[in-house]
Design a protein around this ligand. Structure first.
Ligand code: WQD
Length: 326
């Protein structure tokens, strides 16, 4: 009875590993360390390798008595996926298919999949529920939606039981050493500007929102990890397949996020407004009743908690060398 967590050495994966270990589950991580850090999975065992390596997956599943998989390993940068779609289809789709083949042949039928609000594209609704049609705007979002279709078809064909978890805007950290090392999203990008003595950028303030800036549903990575645990436990208890949003159901504008960053850091966050970023929807906020009713899960951490923990992690990374591998 072991859960295999792919991408377990990454930002989100390491939080999931820690949450599962903390709740007494047995875990083995597989990670190719392309962006992950080996030390983050401890004390769980780490198998270094790719989800494209079928033999490695077969061996890991057999040696660790794996009965369920949380599949988080994936490429996740929207812009990069536009430049290099084949890498995204290989890593995110071929990787998923290889993993599902290994699961099928070993009789592993429990599968939690890291999906994304990027599957929705430009939703024209106040709250996006799981039945909102998916029209992704990037190869990245397409790979997540196609991944859901692959699992749906496997469920129909040979009894895979899956939970597709559509993350909204993940932020924060449960402890400084697990912080997101990437500087791709709003909060770390603002931290970087502040450290450089520059003014944070706001990508457009002429959206049809109350303050003119884009609204997103920011959700703490510790809540994301708790949702994975709830999904894994439900599958262990015999639950059938489902697709769930993971958000807070509350929107925050870019200016509201900046205000919280100002409170937490004590810095002047007066922004410079630059042009809109192509492809940015004005508002993406999750409907969260399905996961509340289906898994009994609700996010509990607020935006201040996300920003405060992200800032602590940012400063810790700045002040010490990165965690070494091994
Ligand atoms: C948030 C808001 C920007 C930087 C992306 C992916 C999504 C998911 C999460 C993976 C937007 C604005 C940003 C800045 C700004 N990824 N912004 N100034 O685009 O909502 O979602 O990451 O699963 O699929 O699309 O997140 O953090 O880039 O931007 O004004 O310097 O902040 O325009 O409105 P996004 P983000």
């Amino acid at each position: 009875m072991t859960w295999l967590v792919t991408g377990g050495a990454g930002y989100i994966g390491a939080h999931v590993v820690r949450e599962m270990l903390g709740q007494g589950l047995r875990v083995v991580a597989v990670d190719d360390l392309s962006t992950g850090v080996a030390g983050r999975v401890r004390p769980a065992p780490l198998v270094v390798g790719s989800v494209l390596d079928r033999a490695l997956l077969d061996r890991t599943i057999a040696e660790h008595d794996v009965t369920g998989v949380v599949h988080i390993a994936a490429k996740k940068q929207v812009g990069e996926s536009v430049e290099d779609p084949l890498t995204y289809y290989r890593e995110n789709i071929s990787g998923l298919v290889t993993l599902l083949e290994a699961c099928r042949s070993a009789g592993v039928d429990r599968f939690v999949f890291s999906s994304s609000a990027a599957t929705y594209g430009l939703p024209d609704v106040d709250l996006v529920d799981e039945d909102t049609p998916g029209v992704p705007l990037s190869p990245y979002g397409e790979t997540k939606l196609v991944g859901e279709w692959v699992m749906r078809d496997c469920a129909a064909a040979f009894g895979l039981r899956y939970m597709a978890l559509r993350y909204f805007n993940v932020a924060g950290t449960a402890s400084p050493e697990l912080a997101d090392p990437g500087v791709f999203n709003l909060i770390p990008l603002v931290f970087r500007e502040l450290d450089a003595g520059a003014r944070p950028k706001v990508f457009g303030n002429d959206y049809p929102t109350p303050d003119g800036t884009c609204i997103r549903d920011y959700v703490h990575v510790a809540d994301i990890a708790a949702a994975h645990l709830a999904a894994a436990r439900a599958l262990d208890d015999g639950a059938g397949s489902a697709t769930y949003n993971i958000g807070r159901g509350e929107g925050s504008s870019v200016l509201e996020v900046l205000e919280v960053i100002g409170q937490v850091t004590g810095r002047d966050v007066t922004p410079q407004v630059v042009g809109r970023r192509p492809g940015d929807p004005a508002r993406v906020v999750a409907a969260v009743s399905r996961i509340r009713d289906g898994l009994g899960f609700s996010a509990t951490r607020d935006l201040h908690d996300m920003v405060a923990t992200a800032w602590a992690g940012w400063r810790a990374a700045r002040d010490r060398p990165p965690l070494s591998g091994g």
